[in-house]
Design a protein around this ligand. Structure first.
Ligand code: SAH
Length: 244
């Protein structure tokens, strides 16, 4: 049997609640997914877990669902931020989608000295994170921040949050696997990925000098930023996160 359609709802859900659908939600459930009265859908709100709901009214412009039961509790990802310098639109979308699937708790676009893209459409990126959570079975949706300057983010840094600094210049070094840094695991973390142009010397020196930053190598080849984001999250989740 095909798996049930999952829908993110941006208000708190509980059992026996009825949900009035917006025009877009009705279009998606009844127009695209072909559900009708008596059909069932899974809902999540990013806070209270996942719920099974029955379709009680289905129209072109709206409809009503009734929550029958809770199916899963909220499953929080580890406290891991993905910080990255936005690149071309489609590749930035990819990074956000993958970060949501792979279990980032927050997505922080940062402007670095060599960042080519001066702005982002935060709402669009947030919608990508929602969609990714809907399709991967997640019950949590990471927040996508507005873009901030890397130097300012570092000025305000909470020193209990460790940094996995993905430094492309290590590609030529004898490997220092991130796995080896497991001992320093506890507490919150952030992965930092640079833009196509890499980090400036100033940024690299600053990041390398931070006592809570750990330099990470992602193999002996230079990866594109989108590949690097996925590779870094895989390493982190395997060494320290919820994949273990
Ligand atoms: N233009 C740069 C490459 C930037 S790659 C150059 O030619 O040197 C984009 C980002 O991906 C980098 O800033 C880094 O954060 C990450 N990255 C790519 N390959 C990496 C590697 N082998 N080790 C660590 N980080 C890497």
């Amino acid at each position: 049997m095909a798996s049930k359609t999952r829908l993110y709802v941006d208000h708190p859900l509980k059992e026996e609640q009825s949900i009035l659908l917006s025009r877009e939600q009705a279009h998606y459930l009844f127009g695209v997914m072909r559900l009708s009265v008596g059909g069932q859908v899974l809902l999540f709100d990013g806070m209270n877990g996942e719920f099974l709901a029955d379709v009680v009214e289905a129209g072109k412009r709206g409809g009503t669902l009734l929550i029958a039961s809770q199916t899963r509790p909220l499953q929080m990802p580890p406290d891991l931020w993905l910080m990255f310098a936005p690149i071309k639109k489609a590749r930035t979308d990819f990074i956000v989608e993958k970060a949501a699937e792979m279990g980032a708790s927050r997505i922080v676009p940062v402007q670095t000295e060599f960042t080519n893209s001066g702005r982002i459409q935060r709402d669009r990126l947030q919608a990508h994170a929602v969609e990714a959570a809907e399709q991967c079975g997640g019950t949590y949706v990471p927040q996508v921040d507005e873009m901030k300057r890397l130097d300012r983010v570092l000025n305000d840094w909470d020193e209990t949050r460790q940094i996995m600094f993905c430094d492309e210049t290590t590609a030529d070094d004898p490997a220092t696997p991130f796995e080896a840094q497991k001992d320093q695991a506890v507490g919150p973390w952030a992965i930092v990925i640079g833009p196509e142009g890499g980090f400036s010397e100033k940024e690299r020196n600053r990041l390398r000098g931070l006592p809570y930053a750990h330099v990470a190598q992602l193999g002996p080849r230079i990866l594109r930023a989108d590949t690097a984001a996925v590779a870094a999250m895989t390493l982190w989740q395997t060494a320290l996160g919820d994949w273990a």
